[in-house]
Write a protein that binds this ligand. Structure first.
Ligand code: IPD
Ligand code: CA
Length: 276
């Protein structure tokens, strides 16, 4: 693989190997008890010793397997690898969330995941999301579909927003959460129901197989979105922001084609991408 850019499938093979071992570490450390190491953006935005240990393990593994590739991670930021490649320089960049759903992890709720994606030239081309507790594992490569347990995934075929089960999430900042709650209050009367499960990467993967019909959230970071976003789009969901913008920190909306416009318009009316 040295010299030329690996294929998405080659990158996925590396990602799966690294993510499985990382998930094993997270699971083992949960069994040994959770240590809150620090808080980040707010008092409720915790980082556990496991978040750091798992990300360090991923960084070390990638440094061995792909020493020239930069890695962007939630806990340690950008690590630049050994070379001069970058997201726009023809090289590979990895994006890792060591534990997505840290609050679930803290409380022992079996809904959190290791998320690892590979970008080439700034475009996510491979990704894996692995539930730390259940071992459920979603994978995708660009153009190669989304998969779990050997099955190719397709999103929901629901066409009626009023029948749609919609997942969402809330940020850690109190003012942002209040705005997000107002958006949900304005939406809940127009959909089947709302789910707030606590791990954005898993929300996107559940949408990929129709276990929820759609998902939206404001404030996601690259590590929340990268792997799960590819899984969702490869399963047929449209993954975008509002008003023609790409999915990003303002808003990630993942919906089957038939639900995208009605949900988009409702969220736009509710200023879901606005607020603090
Ligand atoms: C959080 C989870 C949560 C979402 C938040 C994320 P973390 O990630 O994905 O579901 O609502 O926006 O920050 O902090 O558990 O890695
Ligand atoms: Ca995290």
């Amino acid at each position: 693989m040295t010299g030329s850019t690996p294929t998405p499938q080659e990158l996925l093979t590396i990602a799966i190997d690294v993510a499985r071992k990382a998930a094993d570490t997270a699971y083992r450390m949960r069994g040994e008890g959770v240590v809150v190491a620090a808080t980040k953006s707010t008092r409720t935005d915790v980082v556990t010793a496991a978040d750091r240990a798992v990300e360090r393990q991923v960084l070390d593994a990638l440094a061995t397997l792909r020493p020239d590739d930069p890695v962007l991670g939630e806990e340690y930021g950008e690590e630049n690898g050994g070379g001069a490649t970058g997201p726009t320089g023809g090289g590979v960049r990895w994006i890792v969330d060591p534990i997505d759903g840290t609050v679930n992890y803290l409380y022992g709720l079996p809904h959190c995941a290791v998320s690892l994606a590979a970008e080439v030239d700034g475009v996510v081309v491979a990704g894996v999301v692995r539930n730390v507790f259940t071992g459920e594992e979603w994978t995708a490569t660009v153009g190669g579909g989304a998969w779990r347990a050997g099955q190719r995934l397709r999103c929901s075929t629901e066409t009626d927003l009023g029948q749609a089960l919609v997942a969402t999430g809330f940020g850690y900042d109190a003012a942002r959460r209040s705005h997000q709650a107002r958006v949900v209050a304005g939406l809940i009367g127009h959909v089947r129901d709302i789910r707030r499960l606590g791990a954005a990467a898993l929300d996107l993967c559940l949408a990929a197989e129709g276990r929820v019909d759609a998902y939206f959230e404001k404030g996601l970071a690259a590590w929340d979105q990268a792997a799960g976003g590819l899984v969702a789009s490869e399963a047929g969901l449209r993954v975008a922001g509002l008003r023609g913008r790409p999915a990003g920190p303002d808003l990630v909306l993942a919906a089957p084609e038939a639900l995208f416009a009605p949900l988009h318009d409702r969220l736009d009316d509710l200023d879901a991408a606005g607020g603090p």
